[in-house]
Design a protein around this ligand. Structure first.
Ligand code: LHQ
Length: 254
C-alpha cells in the first residue's frame, strides 16, 4: 500500500491507494512506519519525501476499514501514534509533498513533516468534525503551533476545506508550486535539502522541538549537548574550510 524508492540520497515514500485517495488502513500505517524508520536509519538517505499516488495526498483513515464498535483509542495507540512518533524522530529532513487533497489524518501526516511543499491543486480539510470525531494523529498538537490557536481552532471546529493559496496565507506552506511542475519542483527541493549538512538538520529538528516542553536552563544544557555533536561532524569542518577558502561547501551528511 506504499511505494518506497531511494534515488540520489532522497527516499520517496508514496502512499499508494489512489482509488481510495490513499486512505489509511492498518496495513498502510504499518508499512509507512517501517518506511520512515528505514529512511531514518539508512546512511544513503539524506532527505525523505512523503507524497500520494494519483490525485490525492491522503484522505485520512479508510472509513471502510473500521468496524462499528471499534475502540478508536486503541487504533490511535497502536497504529497512528507509532507513525507520528516515527516521523517526529526521523533523523532526516522529511518533506510532505502535498500533491492533492489532505483530509483528516492525511492532514495530520502533512503537519508532522518538517516541510510542506504544496501543489496549487491541493486542498486541506479537517474532515474529522464532519463525522463526529476530534482531529487526531497529533493534528491538534501541531496545528496551533504552526498557524496559531485562533485559526487552528476555526479549521478544526468548522472543518471547512481550504485551498492551497489559503493554506499559504496561514503559513502552512513551505513552497507553493503549480501542479504541472510539481514533481520536478519537489525533486529539486529534496535534492537541495539532501545536499545540506544532514546531521545538523537532524539536530536542529530535534532541538527546536525540545524547546516546547523545557525550561530555559534545561534547554540551554540540551543545546550545548547538541552543538557538541554538530561541532564534531565532518560537515561542520567542511563548512568552516569552505568559508575560509571562499568556495562552496560539499557536505557528505557525516
Ligand atoms: C475514501 C476516503 C476515506 C475510504 C475518499 N475512506 N474511502 C478515524 C477513525 C478511527 C481511528 C483513527 O483516526 C481516524 C482519523 C481520520 O482520518 S477521520 C477522517 C477520515 N477521513 C474523512 O472523513 C475524509 C473522507 N473523504 C472526503 O471527505 C472526500 O473524499 C475528500 C474531501 C477527501 C475528497 O473528495 P473528492 O475529491 O470529492 O473525492 P470523493 O469523495 O469522490 O472520493 C473518491 C473515492 O475515494 C470515493 O470512492 P468511490 O468508490 O466512490 O470512487 C471515496 O469513497 C473514496 N474515499 N476518502 N477516508
Amino acid at each position: 500500500t506504499i511505494a518506497y524508492d531511494v534515488t540520489d540520497g532522497v527516499a520517496t515514500i508514496t502512499l499508494n491507494r489512489p482509488d481510495k485517495l490513499n486512505a489509511i488502513t492498518l496495513q498502510l500505517n504499518s508499512e509507512l512506519r517501517k518506511a520512515v524508520k528505514q529512511a531514518s536509519s539508512d546512511h544513503e538517505v539524506r532527505a525523505v519525501v512523503l507524497t500520494g499516488a494519483g490525485r490525492a495526498f491522503c484522505s485520512g483513515q479508510d472509513l471502510g476499514d473500521v468496524e462499528e464498535g471499534t475502540d478508536y483509542g486503541e487504533v490511535l495507540r497502536t497504529s497512528y501514534a507509532p507513525v507520528v512518533k516515527e516521523i517526529d524522530a526521523c533523523e532526516k529532513p522529511i518533506i510532505a509533498a502535498v500533491n492533492g487533497v489532505a483530509a483528516g489524518a492525511g492532514f495530520s501526516l502533512a503537519l508532522a513533516c518538517d516541510f510542506r511543499l504544496v501543489s496549487d491543486k491541493a486542498t486541506f480539510v479537517e474532515a474529522f468534525v464532519h463525522i463526529g470525531l476530534i482531529p487526531d494523529a497529533a493534528n491538534l498538537y501541531y496545528l496551533p503551533k504552526l498557524i496559531g490557536q485562533a485559526k487552528a481552532l476555526e479549521l478544526a471546529l468548522l472543518g471547512e476545506k481550504i485551498s492551497a493559496e489559503e493554506a499559504k496565507e496561514l503559513n502552512l506552506v513551505t513552497r507553493l508550486f503549480a501542479a504541472d511542475d510539481f514533481e520536478e519542483e519537489v525533486r529539486a527541493f529534496a535534492l537541495h535539502v539532501a545536499q545540506m549538512p544532514t546531521k545538523a538538520i537532524g539536530l536542529i529538528k530535534r532541538y527546536m522541538k525540545e524547546g516546547w516542553n523545557t525550561s530555559l536552563p534545561a534547554y540551554l544544557e540540551k543545546e550545548a549537548y547538541g552543538q557538541r555533536i554538530a561541532g564534531l561532524s565532518e560537515d561542520h569542518q567542511e563548512g568552516v574550510y569552505a568559508f575560509m577558502e571562499k568556495r562552496k561547501p560539499v557536505f557528505q551528511g557525516k
